[in-house]
Write a protein that binds this ligand. Structure first.
Ligand code: PLP
Length: 430
């Protein structure tokens, strides 16, 4: 019953694929996803694939949950939308903010809602800079982030991202930013001292670096970061866009290291991607001048922030996470995925497997394989042709399935990746 999309009529397509080289994409067939259920996808030929990445790290509760669809339908029937600005509000936005605040490891939290992660990062950066401005420290603007850190592609996000390919070619970006090694407290402190602590507004970090290749922190990294930020009075902003909503077995990922940041940025898993939503959880201390002192309105927001239907989707998604205890399930899947994917570490094409913190893993290719012209894109294509969708970044394949994946499906995923590595290696020998 899979409706074949009339692609012939759409050729040549006008659809500009983002994150892609259109010069290549337009020459190949498109991969049209038509249906999804649980951990499975179907293309427009009716062929089935295992979703090894929860789409783009977000479909934590799995696809096709009728409960979320029903909540969206009900909300659209009651109040489709009405913009939240000035003193306007809506019940789902208020309820979602309370619920997120009640679970956030942030002192006396306040919640800003956005339409996605990149917007939330920009909101956090603007709140941080304006916080210092209204506190009479307008020179305190510098933003520090980490190599491999991905923070969305809005203005501030593009400027603090730790991957050069996303920054180049746009002319001047936001100034007063810098990037430090992802695992070095010494480098972070040296950078704070180089810039001058009195000029640093905030430090941004993902709990586990995601798109940059799945790099978990050392055991005491975040405790030391939090102590350093507190010592120098720098705001500590955690980007939990990937790591939140049970991907690390808890609400926001960072709880794992027992620290309480000044702000937490979230998106993706908050709705499991059923509708777009993100936001920033801001500590009461940072909110203080805006909330409790006259004359500091925040001239920032977007048309769709706090959209009631998106918030209704989030609430239904959080109901599922809690009722099915996907937090505990995630911890179990983390162990299973780690044990399965580590078996690839001895594969001749694999330099390193990074896994074991959260339901996320990276399989990094050897320099020899890459030098021989083998690409992660080729392995990604091979694996997808064999029915498993993974994600290719320049030197690694990334894995981040929905948190409802079964052990047999993890085994299927890993054995398909192994077969794909073998097939691609064989092709390069032939
Ligand atoms: N922060 C992190 C850690 C992300 O992984 C992403 C998206 O992948 C973003 C921010 C940006 O979110 P969005 O794509 O919703 O703007």
């Amino acid at each position: 019953s899979y409706a074949r999309s009339p692609l012939e009529q759409l050729e040549p397509s006008r659809f500009w694929h983002t994150f892609s080289d259109m010069n290549k994409v337009v020459q190949g067939p498109k991969f049209v996803v038509s249906e999804a259920q649980g951990v499975w996808l179907w293309d427009d030929n009716g062929d089935r694939y295992l979703d090894g990445t929860a789409s783009l790290w977000y479909c934590n509760v799995g696809h096709g949950r009728a409960e979320i669809a029903d909540a969206v339908h009900r909300q659209l029937g009651r109040l489709d939308a009405y913009a939240v600005y000035g003193d306007f509000a809506n019940a789902p936005a208020l309820e979602l903010s309370e619920r997120l605040a009640s679970h956030a490891p942030v002192a006396d939290p306040r919640v800003i809602l956005t339409c996605g992660g990149g917007e939330a990062i920009d909101s956090a950066a603007k709140v941080a800079r304006q916080y210092w401005a209204v506190r009479g420290r307008p020179e305190r603007v510098h933003l520090i982030s980490r190599t491999g850190g991905y923070h969305g592609l809005n203005g501030f996000g593009t400027s603090i991202i730790g991957m050069d390919r996303f920054r180049t070619g746009y002319g001047p970006l936001v100034t007063d930013t810098s990037v430090v090694a992802h695992d070095s407290i010494e480098e972070l402190e040296a950078e704070i001292l180089r810039v001058g602590p009195e000029r640093v507004a905030a430090f941004f970090a993902e709990p586990v670096i995601g798109a940059g290749g799945v790099y978990a922190p050392g055991p005491d990294y975040f405790a030391r970061v939090a102590a350093l930020c507190e010592y120098y009075g720098i705001l500590f902003v955690v980007d939990s866009v990937i790591c939140g909503f049970a991907r690390l077995g808890n609400w926001f990922g960072i709880e794992r290291w027992g620290v309480r940041p000044d702000m937490i940025v979230f998106a993706k898993g908050v709705t499991s991607g059923y509708l777009p939503l993100g936001g920033v959880i801001v500590s009461g201390a940072v909110a203080e001048p805006f909330w409790n002192e006259p004359g500091h309105p925040l001239h920032h927001g977007t048309t769709y922030a706090g959209h009631p239907t998106c918030c209704a989707a989030a609430l239904a998604n959080l109901d599922i996470l809690e009722r099915e205890d996907l937090f505990t399930a995630s911890r179990e899947i983390e162990v299973q995925l780690d044990s399965a994917v580590r078996t690839l570490a001895t594969h001749p094409m694999v330099r390193e497997v990074r896994s074991g913190v959260g339901v996320m893993a990276a399989v990094e290719l050897t320099e020899e394989a890459l030098a021989a012209g083998i690409t992660t894109a080729e392995i990604f294509q091979e694996s997808r042709a064999r029915g498993v969708v993974l994600r290719a970044v320049p030197t690694a394949l990334l894995i981040s399935p929905p948190l409802v994946i079964a052990w047999e499906q993890i085994e299927h995923l890993v054995s398909t990746l192994r077969a794909s590595l073998d097939a691609v290696a064989q092709r390069h020998v032939d």
